[in-house]
Design a protein around this ligand. Structure first.
Ligand SMILES: [Zn+2]
Length: 445
């Protein structure tokens, strides 16, 4: 990604004059969707006889499933061009247990070298017993002995860590790509049209057609379904502003291809069919909240898989500045009248009237909830948190929703707040930092 922004936080007292601005450090962050596929269990991991130092079962499983499987994929070079997961040092941190440093040529002295005959030969490994404390949960350029490493704090099962490491490691690989040929027009001042009912309905239709295209079996079926998808998308794109279009291209290029690589790795190692994984995501009910980020993991990955299916050589083009949609569209020769005809046909086939009515309902609900959240925000006493991002927030683990206000402002819930945007991430784990003399933790919205 080629955007660099700093978020700032303003803590509001009763009057705007009380604004206090804090600059936050910048951190690149992406997160994968929650797992949406069934995972096959791997055979139990045999204990390592020569473990030195002794590793917990959890750490042994990490080495086998994450590093061992990644080494297997790297040796076969099947994910993407010359991309290799283990070409960049990785540090898996299990707090209170151990930090596993893999592929670092010169580990710090506190790290004890570790040998394992089951893992890729020639790959240096070292272990910091007890793990790291006070380290970020994720960092693409975490410095270890003067060398940047990919740091990831493990808080899930080893198979989930494997998929996440492949996905996030691919984002590091993407840093060498040329920028998207269409840049965002200036500051992100025009929010994504989340309240556009027709866009939501057409996006839902688009995902259904794309999911079915992934299941098409014959060359004719594939060709037809790609044309149908391209027609629906082309019609939908007429509904949104350029800034939203560029945002879509950008997200599908970065997150879509990362999800594509993750899906292929998952298929190779755990046997979960990549096209079925992505079709499942595409068929999951689409809400307003997924519109400006989450759905592009699946649409981008879906188009990537279609390009493969059609035998189009597309990866160089993406690395050189195009998004999967641009490559797919330029390989889909349908003119305006055919776009019109096919879009109409798809509307009939997938009961567009119903999709539209459903989208209307979802948008109305969103608007009502937003109005209530805004009133709560205005009326609550005490200090409040206001966050400005140069793009749509993509992730939260707080209980509440995020609501979009004009000009890039959002209402968020700082009850253990985590929000990330294009290249920024805000984490707030200790609400007491916001406590003014009279504020209590109940007053934040
Ligand atoms: Zn990502």
């Amino acid at each position: 990604m080629n955007f660099l922004f700093l978020p700032f936080i303003a803590v509001l007292g009763a009057e705007p004059a009380d604004f206090k601005i804090w600059n936050l450090g910048q951190q690149i962050f992406h997160h994968t969707q929650p797992a949406q596929v069934q995972l096959k269990a791997l055979p139990a991991v045999a204990p390592h006889q020569q473990a030195n130092p002794n590793l917990s079962e959890k750490c042994q499983a990490l080495l086998t499933q994450v590093i061992g499987n990644a080494g297997d994929l790297d040796s076969r070079q099947i994910l993407w061009q010359d991309f290799k997961v283990l070409d960049y040092p990785i540090l898996l941190n299990v707090p209170q247990d151990a930090a596993l440093l893999v592929g670092h040529p010169d580990p710090p002295s506190a790290y004890v070298p570790y040998q394992d005959a089951h893992l890729p030969p020639g790959l240096p490994m070292a272990v910091l017993e007890g793990g790291l404390s006070d380290a970020p949960t994720m960092d693409f350029d975490y410095p270890v002995n003067g060398r940047p490493v990919f740091l990831y704090e493990v808080d899930e099962q080893a198979d989930g860590v494997f998929r996440t490491v492949v996905h996030e490691r691919f984002h590091i690989y993407q840093k060498d790509w040329k920028p998207l040929l269409m840049a965002l027009p200036g500051d992100w001042q025009e929010p994504y049209p989340v309240e556009n009912v027709e866009n939501l309905a057409m996006a839902t239709l688009e995902q259904k057609v794309l999911a079915d295209a992934l299941s098409a079996a014959t060359p004719l079926g594939i060709r037809e379904s790609i044309r149908n998808f391209a027609a629906v998308r082309q019609k939908r794109l007429n509904l949104i502003p350029t800034s939203a279009y560029v945002l879509e291209l950008s997200e599908e290029r970065s997150e879509g291809t990362a999800r594509y690589v993750e899906a292929l790795a998952d298929e190779e190692i755990y046997g979960n069919n990549a096209r079925e994984q992505i079709a499942f995501m595409l068929r999951t009910k689409l809400g307003v909240e997924q519109l400006q980020k989450w759905r592009f993991y699946a649409t981008g990955a879906g188009m990537a898989l279609l390009l493969d299916k059609k035998g189009i050589l597309w990866k160089n083009k993406v690395e050189n500045g195009l998004s999967p949609w641009q490559v797919l569209r330029s390989n889909t020769p349908i003119d305006d009248s055919e776009v019109e005809r096919r879009a109409q046909l798809m509307k009939q086939r997938y009961h567009y009237d119903w999709l539209l009515a459903n989208a209307k309902e979802l948008v109305e609900k969103y608007k009502t909830e937003k109005e209530k959240a805004w009133q709560d925000f205005i009326n609550a006493p005490g200090y409040r948190l206001k966050v400005h991002f140069e793009g749509p927030p993509g992730f939260r683990n707080s209980g509440g929703k995020i609501y979009q206000l004009p000009e890039g402002w959002f209402i968020v819930h700082p009850n253990e707040l985590v929000v990330s945007s294009l290249n920024t991430r805000l984490e707030l784990h200790d609400r007491s930092v916001l406590n003014g003399p009279d504020a209590s933790s109940e007053t934040y919205h």
